[in-house]
Design a protein around this ligand. Structure first.
Ligand code: PRP
Ligand code: ZN
Length: 299
């Protein structure tokens, strides 16, 4: 297929989102080989290539039409979006959907010996961050008069270097803060990985692959929690048992040969099925309960 007809997806080169992003594409059916320079993954079984880049560059690459799609943290997307708005421009990427991985938060953290009670304690302080737009909005909304110190990285050491009093940075496990004797005190923004796309119209071939990928991503997300559940139920208890099946709208009810009082119930549960649910089903009269993982799903 002609090179221009291949979808290009920007993914973080090395970092928290890298493995999960590639894993999502693989679950969507992609088989890829990695180029010599390690920066391009060539899709072998579909017209889709992955560009491995710095996460902060992903919105720009989608914006500049180098890539059609990007998988990037909502924190990066929001920072870029606010930057555009501040300059009176409109961002040229469309936020498609959250991807349910890479959860983290942009948080204010103070040195361990900083006595912090409320955001008021930030008044007159210097806050180091690589997210000046998001932080400034949060300060404005809270009516806090703090100075934003914009850094390009290594924010966590800014207080020790005397460049700032507190920091505003991404926290995922919290180990970076801990290692730097900092304490998280406020959440500024909750984040997770997002899919973004160019607003430009794509060729019909590309648009059609994009739509297929979107459906597959939906499918991957749905099966993550989904279970296929099978059980036998007394007809009299059917209503109660249907009510107990988590997140399943229309279970299949099948008569049981030779047993007019009982039916088999098969259902896809869109939520995880816990032991408590099974115990509840059993108490309601269900028997022969089986719970199976769902491998693929297409709504
Ligand atoms: C963030 C942040 C911290 C680290 C926090 O960096 O800047 O360094 O993650 O994670 P933890 O709470 O699990 O220790 P990120 O990996 O997003 O890299 P980047 O900001 O340089 O792109
Ligand atoms: Zn980054």
């Amino acid at each position: 297929m002609d090179k221009e007809q291949r979808l290009k997806v920007a993914v973080q080169k090395t970092g928290r989102l890298t493995d999960h992003s590639l894993d999502l594409l693989v679950r969507c059916g992609l088989k890829y080989s990695r180029g010599k320079d390690q920066l391009l993954c060539y899709g072998e079984n579909m017209p889709l290539d992955v560009l491995l880049v710095r996460d902060d560059d992903i919105p720009d690459l989608v914006q500049e039409d180098v890539c059609d799609l990007g998988i990037v943290g909502a924190n990066v997307v929001e920072e870029k979006r606010l930057g555009f708005i501040a300059r009176g421009a409109a961002p040229l990427f469309i936020e498609m959907q959250p991807l349910d991985f890479g959860r983290c938060r942009l948080a204010i953290a103070v040195p361990e010996d900083f006595s912090y009670r409320s955001p008021r304690d930030l008044d007159g302080r210097r806050i180091a961050t690589t997210y000046p737009n998001i932080l400034s909005r949060w300060l404005r909304d809270g009516g806090i008069a703090a100075e934003v110190v914009v850094l390009s990285g290594a924010v966590e050491i800014a207080p020790r270097l005397g460049r700032a009093d507190v920091i505003c940075d991404l926290v995922s496990t919290g180990s970076t803060l801990k290692a730097n004797h900092l304490r998280e005190v406020e959440t500024v923004l909750e984040s997770q990985a997002m899919l973004i796309r160019t607003p430009l119209p794509l060729s019909p071939a590309k648009e059609s692959w994009l739509n297929r990928m979107l459906l597959r991503i939906d499918g991957v997300q749905q099966v993550k929690e989904s279970k296929y559940i099978m059980l036998h139920a007394p007809r009299a208890a059917l209503a109660a048992i249907r009510h107990l099946l988590p997140g399943s709208e229309y279970p299949t009810v099948i008569p049981l040969e030779g047993n007019p009082d009982k039916v088999a119930v098969h259902a896809v549960c869109r939520e995880n099925v816990f032991w408590e649910t099974l115990e509840g089903l059993k108490a309601a009269g269900a028997s022969a309960i089986l719970v199976l993982p769902v491998e693929k799903m297409l709504a």
